[in-house]
Design a binder for this molecule. Structure first.
Ligand code: 13P
Length: 252
């Protein structure tokens, strides 16, 4: 199974610098290919420029979010229709920063429904517990709650022949330099797959991949690479440095 190395650029780069980084990564990956699927997630305003710059290249791009509804009166939103026209391959849904700052918890189910019902774009659903929840021993309970809520509007047959990607991103590990212990990552990834297969027992889902995200960098990614439960990485800070991101993309 091809693993995924995804770089979530968040709102760290402006259009100019997004284009420079995308172009650099694309040129290098076109010369020396990675065995992994390499995806970048620029901000909305850079998507068009980036999509043009990396057209037909090895690297793919995705969107950091999407509107919960189709075209209409939703000021400030970005439609699935536009993302399809840009040839976007992936969409992040429910990133913890969206849930925390933009009340996305209530929209995750609609966003996932919109993407799955109306496009072939692969959603990457982000889930993960906070430090307080972890300390209370509620990690698995939270993962189950988030998974059930996110898929609540979809039926088993909606997922037929779909690739589902879930990113386990413990909130306390995001941008903090704290990486989850490998045993905890293994347990969480196993649990996510178990909950998911119970939820959609008997369905003909093509593939379920679980990525890990949270302070992954050049110094720690090899610990995660050894784990067969980890189907890839969702990287924030370290994805902004071309050398570091490529090091991970080539060696994971
Ligand atoms: P960091 O790698 O900066 O911790 O961010 C992780 C993340 O949020 C990826 O979506």
């Amino acid at each position: 199974m091809k693993k995924i190395i995804a770089g979530n650029w968040k709102m760290n780069l402006d259009c100019k610098n997004s284009l420079i980084l995308a172009d650099k990564l694309n040129k290098i990956l076109n010369i020396k290919k990675s065995r992994n699927e390499v995806i970048i997630f620029p901000d909305f305003s850079s998507l068009f420029l980036v999509s043009q710059a990396i057209k037909d290249g090895q690297i793919k791009f995705g969107s950091q979010d999407v509107a919960h509804k189709g075209l209409g009166a939703y000021t400030g939103e970005v439609s699935l229709e536009s993302l399809k026209q840009l040839n976007c391959k992936y969409i992040l849904i429910g990133h913890s920063e969206r849930r925390q700052y933009f009340a996305d918890n209530d929209l995750v189910a609609d966003k996932l429904f919109n993407v799955i019902k109306n496009s072939k774009i692969k959603p990457i659903l982000c889930i993960g517990e906070s430090l307080a929840q972890r300390k209370k021993g509620e990690t698995f309970k939270i993962l189950e709650k988030q998974l059930k809520e996110a898929f609540s509007k979809l039926k088993t047959k909606d997922l037929e022949n779909r690739n589902i990607v879930i990113a386990y991103e413990p909130i306390w590990a995001i941008g903090t330099g704290l990486v989850a212990e490998v045993e905890d990552v293994v347990k969480a990834h196993k649990k996510i797959k178990e909950i998911f297969s119970k939820m959609f027992r008997g369905s003909k889902i093509k593939q379920v991949k679980v990525l890990y995200g949270g302070s992954v960098n050049v110094d720690n990614f090899l610990n995660l690479q050894k784990l067969q439960e980890v189907d890839g990485l969702l990287i924030g800070g370290a994805s902004l440095k071309a050398g570091d991101f490529l090091d991970i993309a080539y060696n994971f």
